[in-house]
Ligand binder design. Structure first.
Ligand code: ATP
Ligand code: SF4
Ligand code: MG
Length: 342
């Protein structure tokens, strides 16, 4: 793991967790140190998460979604490092924890489900053996308890416990993803971080897994941070939605309001790229161009080169996050309402 020690991280000591939140991320920045210079992949991201809340994070490829999740879970490896900001989870600063301290938090309080279970699961161990390892690492040694809990979580995700004996390659892609989610729930964590857990599946399997994740969340009460390219996938499931572009938060607000009335031109473009599953079919207009290279992002608003509403000011100054009807929007079109917190 490669992080700057907690004391050196700007603001780490100063941030206190607002009442009623379980996760507080403040001005979190992550850089990749490359030969040709640094890549600022996450640029001062801030948000709070309440217990049991479902936060969706959307944005195109390369916008920093995975880097943000890895920074929150303290899973970054060199050349990536947290260069500023703080992550407070249940009152404790995560930045700068030792590997031993982190090991006691992971799985038990916070677990992570990766995009590809094939990469995350150990190919030479049965699913049951991997569940056993995770439980034993957290002090559960009773054979009976391990067997009962393993069967219980596998059943919860709709897989027959007979598959505890199966190896990852003996399961379908959907079953592997479900097994990863079952493993993430083994020790009843309060937060499950999911990085595109459904993206390797076909559309029907994606929707059914999504429904199942939501049911489990409501039943067990854990909070979720869920990353996806597909806005429509989270539209019925998340409480809040964060739209990331080029390492920054461009819009953040309650999911319903954000869908009913998107404010940032990038959010509008994303919604046109993914027509609503409820609404009428519309042509996929998408957004012309692609996100900037984060090694040399454009000055001012990073969306300016692609924005249909671009103004002269946008290419010179960086917009802050402005409060707009309960949402935060990083766009000069909303500057008149007064700047929000950034
Ligand atoms: N291993 C790496 N080395 C150098 N730079 C990297 C590395 N991984 C990511 N980056 C940089 O960080 C940026 C953000 O990458 P990240 O993987 O977080 O994006 P993402 O939003 O998760 O994309 P995707 O949707 O494709 O998973 C990339 O645009 C790239 O510039
Ligand atoms: S600040 Fe300007 S370029 Fe950026 S999204 Fe708003 S209008 Fe478009
Ligand atoms: Mg990613």
């Amino acid at each position: 793991m490669s992080t700057v020690p907690g004391d050196d991280v700007a603001g780490a000591a100063a941030v206190t967790q607002p009442p009623g939140t379980m996760l507080t991320v403040r001005d979190l920045s992550v850089e990749y140190a490359m030969e040709g210079g640094t890549v600022l992949a996450v640029d001062k991201v801030s948000f709070d998460l309440a217990p049991g809340e479902f936060l969706g994070i959307v944005g195109e490829s390369g916008c920093g979604k995975s880097t943000l999740l890895f920074a929150i879970a303290q899973l970054l490896v060199s050349p990536a490092a947290i260069t500023g900001g703080s992550v407070i989870f249940r009152g404790q600063s995560m930045v700068g924890l030792t590997d031993k301290q982190l090991a006691s938090v992971r799985w038990k309080d916070l677990s992570v489900v990766m995009q590809s279970a094939m990469n995350a699961l150990n190919p030479v161990k049965s699913i049951g053996a991997q569940f056993k390892d995770a439980m034993r690492a957290h002090g559960v040694h009773s054979k009976e308890q391990i067997a009962d809990r393993s069967a219980e979580v596998l059943t919860m995700v709709g897989i027959d416990p007979v598959h505890l004996k199966s190896y990852p390659h003996q399961l379908s892609g959907g079953m592997r993803q479900r097994s990863m989610i079952a493993m993430a729930l083994l020790l009843t964590p309060e937060l499950v971080i999911m990085d595109e857990p459904t993206s390797a599946l076909d559309v029907v399997a994606q929707r059914s897994l999504m429904v199942q994740i939501k049911e489990l969340q409501q039943q067990l009460g854990f909070a979720v941070i869920f990353v996806t390219h597909d806005m429509s996938l989270v539209s019925h499931f998340s409480d809040h939605l964060m739209v990331m572009y080029a390492g920054r938060v461009d819009e953040f607000g309650p999911t319903r309001e954000l869908f009913d009335s998107p404010q940032h031109p990038y959010t509008v473009g994303l919604m046109e790229a993914f027509p609503s599953i409820r609404g009428p079919r519309v042509p996929l207009t998408g957004i012309p161009g692609s996100p900037p290279n984060l090694a040399s992002p454009p000055p001012g608003c990073r969306f300016a080169p692609r924005c249909p509403k671009v103004m002269t000011r946008c290419r010179e100054e960086t917009p802050e996050l402005y409060h707009v009807n309960g949402a935060l929007v990083r766009c000069f079109l909303h500057a008149d309402g007064g700047p929000g917190h950034d």
